[in-house]
Design a protein around this ligand. Structure first.
Ligand code: BGP
Length: 461
């Protein structure tokens, strides 16, 4: 008997996490990354002063966690390798204990029929490389390519789905525009260089992979569809420019191998073009992704600016648009982000119509909730709001598939509650809650719902 929402065979049901957010910064030998450094220098910038050393201890408990994934019928799981753990210092020799750890994790996943999807870079630059300029410095793209090559060599026999970067726009926004990631610089020209160098590094890794391996390699982008306040030309233009900066400056080079001409023209007009090398054009053009991970949390509502920016102030993307608080929009009352389920469908239709229907999947989607303990009933978090959230998004995803979009799966952010950068443990997203004192994991109600949907490959309304 068919279900109301039946997904295609072999649909990827799973969740995602990242190294710095789960492993535990003090577990095992590793080099420092920018999060260790920032926390040491400014602990009060982190929610409740909690830093990256306190996490859900995946380093020691991965077997239990993988058994829990199996229980809820995951067939895939995305995690990242910590660059500073695998290669302390970012360049040079690999750390044998890290090789052993990641090997055991991948083997354990495979033994449980859970396919590892592996991200090479999830916001965690090794400190030594940040000290020579991080992504501002072109040399770091070489170090990254060497790291990627090493990871492919070590684990490529077992890992067949790789992602070069997670949300590369976020370190640009956080580290170089809006001050929520280290190195806390506010400088749009540097931001543009960092974004560009990231895509050069990405293309180098894609090239190395395609030359020697037969799995798939892609990138994970947080796509935030940009909706204009109105159809007036000024609002449409504002929304278009916002889309160019925050979506298309990564999506276009990754999938089409080139930057949108309107973006190049705009940056040229304001003297903001990044430094490039002649060989970059071909490098980007010839090394396209096989697979695109889409992280979708919320859309952007955009309007034309009410007033002109002061032309003497430093250039910012925000010169061209303002955020628009659309009246009546549905909000996640526990996190403050808009919930707009149809956004997931609009993204997929855009990929189908304008990006060659590239193979894709939802690599993160989820609902963060503060003080989730308030929903505890007999020791379990009754997160019906999360079940509704997942279902509503999956319905729109299902519709996109019916209309021919090349969507292969859905991963929730995240498997278990984890540390989240500056927000530390403020917003909980997991299928499993984690008691930070005892490290006990407990399945939430959403875990049971998801287990059934994954097992049946769909659900009824
Ligand atoms: C995504 C990141 C994740 C995770 C999530 C939740 O953008 O890829 O690493 O942190 O956001 O974020 P927050 O805890 O700030 O709500």
């Amino acid at each position: 008997m068919s279900l109301d929402y039946q997904f295609p065979e072999n649909f990827w049901w799973g969740s995602a996490a990242s190294a710095t957010q789960t492993e535990g910064g003090e577990n095992g030998p590793k080099g420092k990354n920018i999060w260790d450094k920032w926390y040491e220098s400014e602990p009060n910038r982190f929610f409740e002063n909690i830093g990256p050393e306190v996490t859900s201890d995946f380093y020691n408990r991965f077997k239990e966690d993988i058994a829990n994934m199996k229980k809820i019928h995951h067939n895939s799981f995305r995690l990242s390798i910590s660059w500073a753990r695998l290669i302390p210092g970012g360049r040079g020799d690999v750390n044998p204990e890290a090789v052993d750890f990641y090997s055991k994790v991948f083997d354990e996943l495979i033994r449980n029929d859970i396919e590892p999807f592996v991200t090479l870079y999830h916001f965690d630059m090794p400190l030594e490389l940040q000290e020579i300029g991080g992504w501002e410095n072109r040399e770091v793209t070489e170090a990254y390519a060497d790291y990627a090559e090493k990871a492919f060599e070590l684990f490529g026999d077992r890992v067949k789905k790789w992602f070069t970067f997670n949300e590369p726009v976020v370190p640009v926004e956080g580290g170089y525009l809006y001050d929520f990631h280290y190195p806390n610089i506010v400088d749009a020209k540097k931001a543009i260089q960092v974004g560009y160098n990231t895509m050069v590094a990405h293309a180098k890794a894609v090239k190395l992979y395609h030359e020697n391996y037969d799995g798939k390699i892609g990138i994970v982008l947080n796509l935030t569809p940009s909706y204009p306040r109105s159809q007036n030309p000024a609002d449409l233009k504002a929304s278009h420019i916002c889309d160019l900066f925050f979506n298309r400056s990564f999506l276009d080079p990754a999938v089409k191998g080139e930057y949108p001409q309107d973006l190049i023209d705009l940056l040229a007009e304001y003297n903001q073009l990044p430094a490039t090398k002649p060989e970059d054009k071909a490098l980007l053009k010839e090394n396209l992704v096989d697979l695109l991970g889409v992280n979708y949390y919320q859309p952007r509502r955009v309007k034309a600016r009410d007033s002109q920016p002061n032309p003497d102030s430093p250039f910012m993307p925000d010169w061209f648009f303002d955020n628009y608080e659309m009246p009546g929009r549905k909000m996640n009352p526990y996190r403050g982000w808009e919930i707009y389920e149809k956004g997931i469908y609009d993204i997929m239709i855009n990929l189908k119509e304008n990006y060659g229907n590239i193979e894709s999947f939802i690599s993160e989607n989820g609902m963060g909730v503060q003080n989730e303990e308030r929903f505890l009933v007999d020791g379990r978090i009754e997160d019906d709001y999360r079940i509704d959230f997942i279902k509503d998004h999956l319905k729109w995803l299902h519709k996109s598939i019916q209309e021919g979009c090349n969507v292969k799966g859905y991963h929730l952010w995240t498997f278990m509650d984890n540390w989240s950068w500056m927000n530390a443990y403020k917003n909980r997203y997991g299928f499993y809650s984690v008691d930070l004192k005892t490290q006990q994991r407990t399945a939430k109600k959403s875990a049971s719902w998801f287990a059934e949907a994954s097992e049946k490959n769909g659900f009824n309304d």
